[in-house]
Design a binder for this molecule. Structure first.
Ligand code: ARG
Length: 585
């Protein structure tokens, strides 16, 4: 929400009534932020659209509106340009007052939402006993950021990890476990299975090679589903081991998410199918139970089915998502459900949403959103792989970022002839490494693929985490140098905006609440990144042009407050991206 825009809209409406009569009370002021600072801060195109109705030339209408509108408390006298645009330029005194208000507010003037919702963010969601790959990294980083923004806006967010912890692959895994480590099934003690991914690979190899083993694996699935104690224990052991591996990543990334995997919904699957049957949507096709979809066709143009129960009686990924959806509506009281997965699953979600809607399971007030994202590419523009062509292990990827960040830091410290404690180096290296990876991901429009480059993401130049962290640390160093207590500073000091660079920075600072309310809707973290990058650049221009510590009062304090507001806005914005700031780096 942008309070300035709201005020201008109200004044515009009053002016339209005064100028053209009460039937123009609802006329759209068509006010937008000006595309070019040359035209001021806001521009209205209303005169052009009213022209037909009023049977007057747009310029005349614009002039009449300008004559009637009273915006003297906010703007300089509005001007008419071109065919009939009305330009508004905010007054420095108005901006000063706004900044004074937000500076006294710990939320920087960002009011929590008036309509708090119960929002579920389904993200990360790796698969047990399989590799957590870069796709899951993207989901984890983007999902966490979205959850942080919604939480800050005042929504009640449930962060859910829909891990793949159920399915026929467990038959194979348990059968293999029985062979190589029979004690794991009978003792209550946890057994260390070592690297689960290679365990999975070996089990799969065994499965592909031996028909008898395939049969055993199938029987294991039946046993597991029937609740056989040994099988359950083996299953739990596998889940536990994976969970530990995932947790290492979550701790490194500082991400919190509640595990509620596919197995959780398992008892609900038969009812999903029964209830679909009742709606009359269910069709039997070659023994499988399915719903024929609208708008999804095969090559021959025939409607595609969404299978919810296979001919062998088994359920699948879609059945589980239907059950999860209903549970989240009925038990979790969700108003909005957000699924963060790669774009490849767009059809899956569109199909599941369609079937749920046609079944009448979705209340009108519920918003279902799939938040897709593109691929992570290597520097060769192909799907990111290790040199030997294997999928990159997340832990290795993060470790490399950490190692490189630390090496860069050590080189820089040497160059600057600084000596720092091991604790400092370890912490700064870690923050830069992790935030570099996160920011590289979040700063791209999530819908597109992006090229993973350690060099770029760890660079102090450009739209990167280190650049923003550095901007923050530099501001904080001014405070240390001047021995400034920012908390006390603002109390009765006044902000004064005289220089162009101060005005530009001030206007940008005042946009933060609009940026966040946009992000709450479009769920595009890159917009927040762009805002913060712009903020750092505008701050740098201000800092180059306007001396801070060396100025005379009252300008000195006013500029210090601008510094502090910039630092606080950066800190808040970065925290919503899941990035911690550094006081020194
Ligand atoms: N486990 C799935 C995968 O790795 C992602 C699950 C996403 N969430 C969902 N409700 N289907 O692809």
């Amino acid at each position: 929400m942008n309070p300035t825009l709201e005020k201008l809209k109200t004044k515009f409406e009053q002016a339209s009534i005064a100028a053209f009569g009460s039937e123009f009370a609802g006329a759209d002021p068509m006010l937008v932020a000006a595309s070019n600072p040359k035209f001021g801060d806001y521009q209205s195109n209303a005169a052009l659209s009213l022209s037909k109705q009023l049977k007057q030339p747009p310029r005349a209408i614009a002039e009449k509106i300008v004559q009637y509108i009273d915006v003297s408390d906010i703007c300089e006298p509005p001007t008419v340009a071109g065919p009939g645009f009305i330009n508004f330029t905010l007054k420095p005194s108005y901006l000063e007052a706004q900044l004074n208000d937000i500076q006294a507010d710990s939320r920087l003037g960002i009011a929590p939402t008036k309509n708090p919702q119960r929002v579920i963010v389904d993200f990360s969601s790796p698969n047990i006993a399989k590799e957590m790959h870069v796709g899951h990294l993207r989901s984890t980083i983007i999902g966490d950021c979205i959850a942080r923004i919604l939480e800050f806006q005042g929504h009640d967010v449930l962060r859910l990890n829909h891990v793949g912890d159920w399915g026929t692959q467990f038959g194979m895994l348990i059968a293999y476990l029985r062979e190589v480590c029979p004690s794991a099934l009978t003792t209550a003690n946890a057994v260390d299975l070592g690297d689960l991914v290679s365990f999975y690979r070996k089990a799969k190899q065994r499965f592909d090679e031996d028909e008898n083993f395939q049969e055993t694996a199938r029987q294991e699935v039946v046993k597991l589903q029937a609740g056989d104690e040994d099988s359950r224990r083996a299953w739990q052991l596998l889940c536990e081991q994976s969970r530990r591996e995932f947790q290492v990543i979550y701790d490194l990334l500082d991400v919190k998410v509640i595990e509620r995997g596919e197995s959780f919904y398992n008892p609900l699957l038969p009812t999903v199918v029964e209830d679909l049957e009742k709606t009359g949507l269910l069709v039997e096709d070659n023994g499988a139970k399915c719903v024929f979809l609208e708008g999804f066709t095969n090559k021959e143009g025939e409607p595609l089915p969404l299978i919810v129960q296979k001919s062998d009686g088994g359920y699948n990924y879609a059945t589980t998502d239907l059950a999860a959806l209903r549970y989240r509506i009925q038990q979790d009281d969700a108003d909005r459900i957000i699924y963060v997965t790669d774009a490849g699953q767009a059809n899956h979600f569109a199909q599941v949403f369609q079937v749920a809607k046609r079944s009448g399971w979705i209340p009108d007030s519920l918003e279902l959103i799939h938040v897709p994202f593109g691929l992570v590419l290597g520097e060769d523009n192909k799907k990111l792989k290790t040199r030997s062509g294997e999928t990159v292990r997340l832990k290795d990827l993060l470790d490399e970022a950490l190692d490189r960040a630390r090496a860069d830091l050590e080189a820089r410290l040497k160059e600057e002839e600084r000596s720092e404690t091991e604790e400092f180096i370890a912490n700064v290296g870690k923050v830069i490494g992790i935030s570099g990876v996160k920011y590289a991901d979040l700063s791209q429009n999530r819908n597109s693929n992006y090229v993973f480059s350690y060099d770029k993401m760890l660079s102090l130049q450009g739209n990167t985490a280190p650049y923003l962290l550095y901007a923050y640390a530099r501001i904080r160093s001014i405070g240390r140098k001047g021995n400034i207590d920012f908390e006390k500073l603002g109390k009765d000091a006044k902000i004064l905006l005289n220089e162009e660079a101060e005005l530009t920075l001030a206007k940008h600072l005042l946009q933060v609440s609009q940026v966040l309310s946009n992000a709450e809707q479009d769920l595009l973290p890159n917009r927040l990144c762009e805002y913060l990058y712009e903020l750092s650049k505008k701050y740098n221009q201000f800092f180059e042009q306007c001396p801070v510590l060396k100025s005379e009062e009252p300008v000195r304090t006013s500029r210090l407050i601008l510094c502090d507001l910039t630092a606080r806005t950066l800190k808040l914005g970065l925290s919503l991206l899941g990035i911690q700031v550094l006081e020194r780096m």
